[in-house]
Design a protein around this ligand. Structure first.
Ligand code: AHR
Length: 494
């Protein structure tokens, strides 16, 4: 029998709500169609933002949203996206599908979206092809309250009050699409650009340096060495690519058992990545002041047949639900260093929580996982250990059968999230609460066949439901977790 030991009294640090963050880029149908349809659209909207999408995201309790990219960020010139829409520059989105970008969604629209969602904005500014002055002025435009050219311009464009902007990314993937820089060069550029991003009034920026591409530890080492006193956060990007081959990544649907375990094993690599980056960062920042921000993560498959290859549109199955559950448990367990994480991307791109088609919208299995994990936001991570066994079909891609994290919220309730990676076996989990007694337990489960997904014809095939198989015992709680599932439990203590 599996043993899960939980000590609700051993607190390991706060799980920042931003770990449950998201990312929206000017890419494919994420911003346009997926979120923003314009005021004149027949699709119900408030100030151009799709009402159905906004309402679903509010239910999921989205805490922070990163924008405008991604690779798009280092080609984005923010002044193209302000002022009367008819005067805004039309341009080609060279990076993503070569389509026309009409700049109708810009700074004011993004801030309106964040205000409707009740989430924090995370602005990723352009270091790759923009100037120091341009970045500096964007900060001034958004946050300065007083007499200044940018504050006056903002007022002319209909917004007198400054916005509150905390999270500021200074470049994106500058080792690649953001300028193909060497870490030493980027680190110096980071120091220069970030110097001119000022704290105006009460606004305090949390400045984020571009971090490594997956296991490029040399990048982390150099950027930390040269620039750590000037940053609050360092990013990290890692995608789960099932085959590990970028020219044929594997398909989102119609996969087999081997693909399942291979995908989950590649997802679990996140733990090693975070651990090793943390070690390097600790050499320069032992107090863990600087956050590691995994601001792009998730599955990346071949695009759906017949769709624009530059739009990165993919379906989302139970496999994605497991990928999300595992990653979020990993981030929770590393919350002393992981201060934010942003799944890529919000709607219609890569591992989305929402897909749209015209006026139709569906919630993906990944959406349900974010809802089931939302009680971890702002809670305290507590000590937990679970006995596991290695399972799988190929030696190279064996995985532990179960993966979990546990937190205690402000009301003292214990929240357990656990994933069962096995396609065949359910497990009895005897959960022992150390120095505490359970009074009651309730739960939610997401489970289905491994390849199950929602379509616009059958949008409710995969959805979470009440989990009633957990019961209180003398020493804690007991439950059986079915194969291929994600479970969340809320335990009230006596
Ligand atoms: O999320 C898609 C792309 O992946 C982003 O634009 C880029 O930062 C990363 O390579």
């Amino acid at each position: 029998m599996t043993k899960l030991y939980v000590n609700p009294n051993i607190k390991k640090g706060k799980i920042n709500k931003e770990i449950y963050g998201h990312f929206s880029e000017h890419l494919g149908r994420c911003i346009y169609e997926g979120i923003y349809v314009g005021e004149d659209s027949a699709i119900p909207n408030k100030n151009g933002m799709r009402t159905d999408v906004v309402e679903a995201l509010k239910k999921m309790k989205i805490p922070v949203l990163r924008w405008p990219g991604g690779c798009f960020a280092d080609e984005y010139h923010w002044k193209d996206g302000i002022g009367p829409k008819e005067n805004r520059k039309k341009m080609i989105n060279t990076h993503w599908g070569g389509v026309v970008e009409d700049n109708s969604f810009g700074t004011h629209e993004f801030m309106e979206l964040c205000s409707q969602l009740g989430c924090e904005p995370y602005i990723n500014a352009n270091l790759g092809s923009g100037t120091v002055q341009e970045m500096s002025e964007w900060v001034e435009y958004m946050t300065f309250d007083g007499l200044s050219p940018m504050a006056a311009l903002r007022e002319k464009n209909g917004r007198k009050e400054p916005w509150k902007v905390k999270f500021l990314g200074v470049g994106n993937e500058n080792w690649g699409c953001g300028g193909n820089m060497r870490p030493e060069y980027y680190a110096d550029e980071y120091r220069r650009y970030s110097t001119y991003c000022r704290n105006y009034g009460k606004n305090r920026l949390y400045k984020i340096a571009c971090g490594a591409n997956a296991a490029d530890y040399h990048w982390t080492e150099q950027v930390m060495k040269i620039a750590h006193p000037f940053m609050d956060g360092l990013s990290l990007h890692y995608y789960t690519v099932p085959t590990g081959n970028w020219s044929d990544k594997g398909n989102a649907t119609g996969f087999n058992e081997k693909d399942w375990y291979q995908t989950l094993s590649k997802t679990l690599f996140m733990d090693e990545l975070v651990t090793k980056n943390d070690h390097i960062m600790s050499k320069y920042d032992p107090e863990k002041r600087i956050g590691l921000l995994v601001d792009e993560w998730g599955t990346w498959y071949n695009v759906e047949e017949g769709t624009n290859p530059g739009f990165l549109y993919q379906q989302n199955t139970m496999r994605d639900a497991l990928v999300a559950g595992i990653n979020l448990n990993i981030f929770n367990k590393h919350c002393d260093r992981v201060h934010m994480a942003n799944i890529a991307q919000l709607v219609n791109v890569l591992q989305s929580v929402i897909l749209t088609e015209g006026e139709k919208m569906l919630l993906t299995p990944t959406y349900y996982v974010f809802c089931m994990y939302k009680e971890h936001q702002g809670a305290e991570l507590v000590e937990s250990t679970i006995t596991t066994e290695q399972i799988g079909l190929e030696k190279e891609y064996m995985v532990p059968n179960l993966n979990e994290s546990v937190s205690v919220d402000a009301d003292g309730k214990v929240h357990i999230t656990i994933t069962n990676l096995s396609l065949t076996d359910s497990y009895e989990v005897d959960t022992v609460l150390t120095e505490a007694k359970a009074k009651s337990v309730t739960g939610t489960i997401l489970t289905d066949e491994m390849g199950a997904y929602n379509t616009f014809e059958n949008p409710e095939r995969v959805q979470s439901k009440g989990f009633h198989d957990a019961r209180v015992t003398e020493s804690g709680i007991f439950f059986t977790i079915p194969a291929c599932s994600v479970v969340s439990l809320e335990v009230e203590l006596a």
